[in-house]
Design a protein around this ligand. Structure first.
Ligand code: SF4
Length: 176
């Protein structure tokens, strides 16, 4: 997979997402971040690759996740992690886990000491990605919004379960 340029991660990823969707022009930052936060929107973009009129409608109307005025995402690592997660997920056709797995993962996150509220300085960015500033929804270990991450079968929990060697906190095997 192509390396991500963390000096210009959003621009790189807008271009990369356009390539995934078969577009000549980069998608907007709002489209990219809405797709990161919203699996249904991402899926709809993917299935409309050969339907230009529907694609244009989707590109013009990303789900309303609005940044605070004047605040620009600034954390390269966070964006890079989100972008890498998105690229992995796109490669599987945006497939998602079952509801049962999703609920199990979220329950583990709810009980985890590493689940936190978004850092205040990154409030606008997290808001675009689906987490409100006063909600405990962000994993301190990877910086992901857990309700988004837990849906993707290409994502995993980065922390070993201290009670169960060889498994992470989601109770999924850690690759050897
Ligand atoms: S992904 Fe893992 S480490 Fe992060 S909050 Fe969830 S259970 Fe905790």
């Amino acid at each position: 997979m192509k390396e991500i340029n963390t000096a210009h991660p959003l621009e790189e990823q807008c271009t990369e997402m356009a390539a995934i969707l078969g577009l000549e022009e980069p998608v907007t930052e709002q489209v990219l971040l809405s797709a990161l936060a919203n699996p249904v929107y991402a899926h709809n973009l993917l299935v409309c690759r050969n339907a230009p009129e529907f694609m244009q409608q989707l590109l013009k109307n990303p789900p309303k996740i609005v940044a605070e005025e004047g605040v620009v995402p600034s954390t390269a690592t966070l964006i890079s992690n989100a972008a890498k997660s998105f690229a992995r997920w796109a490669a599987t056709g945006f497939s998602t886990v079952s509801n049962e797995t999703y609920e199990r993962r979220l329950s583990a996150c709810d009980a985890c000491p590493d689940l936190n509220v978004p850092p205040p300085k990154q409030g606008a960015l997290y808001k675009m990605m689906g987490a409100k500033v006063d909600e405990r929804k962000v994993c301190r270990k990877c910086g992901c919004v857990v309700s988004v991450k837990a849906r993707r079968n290409t994502d995993t929990c980065p922390e070993p379960d201290p009670q169960r060697p060889g498994f992470n906190r989601w109770q999924e095997p850690i690759p050897g």
